[in-house]
Design a protein around this ligand. Structure first.
Ligand SMILES: NC(=O)C1=CN([C@@H]2O[C@H](COP(=O)(O)OP(=O)(O)OC[C@H]3O[C@@H](n4cnc5c(N)ncnc54)[C@H](OP(=O)(O)O)[C@@H]3O)[C@@H](O)[C@H]2O)C=CC1
Ligand SMILES: CC(C)=CCC[C@@H](C)[C@H]1CC[C@H]2C3=C(CC[C@]12C)[C@@]1(C)CCC(=O)C[C@@H]1CC3
Length: 343
């Protein structure tokens, strides 16, 4: 039986490149996308290169609780197993590039670290979703947590192992995250905070689910040119980035994190697909890397996470999940009563 794989954010960038590589392995692919038109365009492209592949689309907006619950319901009607869940969809809205900090960074010993992580030169202005959540938190973390929880029965069901694979980032930073403000309402680094939270959550999920055959891992694609990175300079057309390619190839001589293409960026995500999950390290992040000569590989690097904080975050997310579900039930009751009265 073909392995069933669900990938969120599958219609572009790293997610789409991963799908292309997974289809070479003969999986039954389900693309989780928020926009059906973009999803269908991507699906057609995948089917052009893999005409006999099984590729489905599932509509899911990870920033919306109701959308995630409906998507999970739909998934459970369509499939009886789920072997791999790639939690890849992500946003970095309204990025602000600090030019001064960038040039300051170029003159210090921190230049490689700065180019590898983007730390210190990027901040974001977050939005609030109709559900009342910070958008980055909802999209990158909480929506994925809900999706996983709703699909838990399929993932932990069959007596076989299954894998959760998060697309985190080298931009994840402990200092950007606070247990007192897990949504990062107060600061200007919601992206770093959400990615650090996914690193913590992955560790907690391993604690709670490994016995049931479910394993969670974290990846970083490196610096990849995608819609997400093009938005760092919204007024500059995408082809300008292509013009910068020789500069980036040069930088790659000094930092192997410049994977640049979505195909190379998907290396670690694909590597994990082929590993025995029991052998993976729950404290490591799996990085896609590319050498100066263009050789791509993945490497495990220890994360700056601890069990106590990961457990505390997990508890807070469970609490938020039950509050959200109660809120939806109350809304449904009010709706039913109004319908009865009017009808
Ligand atoms: N590019 C880089 O250098 C790096 C990227 N990453 C991470 O890689 C992941 C993929 O990003 P990347 O490929 O670069 O960027 P893209 O913008 O190309 O891909 C992001 C994907 O996520 C989808 N998405 C965004 N918001 C939602 C939502 N609310 N519900 C469902 N899907 C959504 C997008 O859909 P749509 O097309 O409709 O917008 C798109 O398919 C992200 O998690 C990102 O944080 C990590 C490190 C570096
Ligand atoms: C010479 C030149 C014009 C360099 C470009 C500098 C920056 C725009 C990039 C250098 C490192 C990049 C980077 C990201 C965004 C763009 C850079 C800051 C990310 C923060 C994108 C999102 C991530 O998850 C991590 C990336 C790290 C590297």
């Amino acid at each position: 039986m073909a392995k069933v794989v669900l990938v969120t954010g599958a219609n572009s960038g790293v997610g789409l490149a991963l799908c292309e590589r997974l289809l070479d392995e003969g999986v039954h692919l389900c693309m989780g996308c928020r926009n059906m038109q973009r999803a269908e365009t991507a699906r057609s492209a995948l089917l052009r290169s893999h005409p006999s592949a099984q590729v489905d689309v599932l509509q899911v907006d990870t920033s919306s609780t109701i959308s995630v619950l409906r998507a999970a319901q739909e998934f459970k009607l369509r499939y009886h197993r789920l072997d791999y869940l790639y939690l890849n969809a992500g946003i970095m809205p309204n990025p602000q590039f600090d030019v001064k900090a960038f040039f300051r960074g170029l003159l210090t010993g921190q230049v490689i670290e700065m180019l590898a992580t983007g730390v210190g030169i990027l901040t974001q202005k977050d939005n609030v979703t109709p559900d009342g959540f910070q958008e980055v938190f909802a999209t990158n973390l909480f929506g994925h947590f809900l999706l996983f929880r709703e699909l838990e029965s399929l993932l932990c069901g069959s007596g076989q192992t299954s894998q959760l694979i998060w697309t985190s980032s080298s931009n994840a930073q402990r200092s950007a995250f606070s247990l007192d403000d897990i949504q990062h309402r107060a600061g200007s680094q919601p992206y770093s905070s959400s990615k650090y939270a996914s690193d913590l959550l992955s560790l907690a999920l391993n604690t709670h689910y490994n016995q049931q055959g479910l394993y969670s891992s974290v990846t970083c694609p490196g610096f990849v040119m995608t819609n997400l990175t093009y938005r760092v300079f919204p007024s500059i057309p995408a082809f300008f980035w292509t013009l910068l390619m020789p500069v980036f190839w040069l930088i790659r001589m000094f930092t192997n994190t410049f994977t640049l293409t979505p195909h190379y960026g998907a290396e670690a995500l694909f590597y994990l697909f082929k590993q025995k999950p029991e052998a993976l390290d729950p404290y490591s992040k799996y990085h896609s890397l590319t050498s100066g000569l263009g050789y791509t590989y993945s490497e495990a690097r220890k994360m700056d996470v601890d069990l106590k904080t990961s457990e505390a975050l997990y508890e807070k997310l469970l609490q938020l999940e039950s509050e959200e579900k109660r809120k939806l039930q109350d809304q449904q009751k009010t709706f039913d009563v109004r319908k009865q009265r009017s009808g």
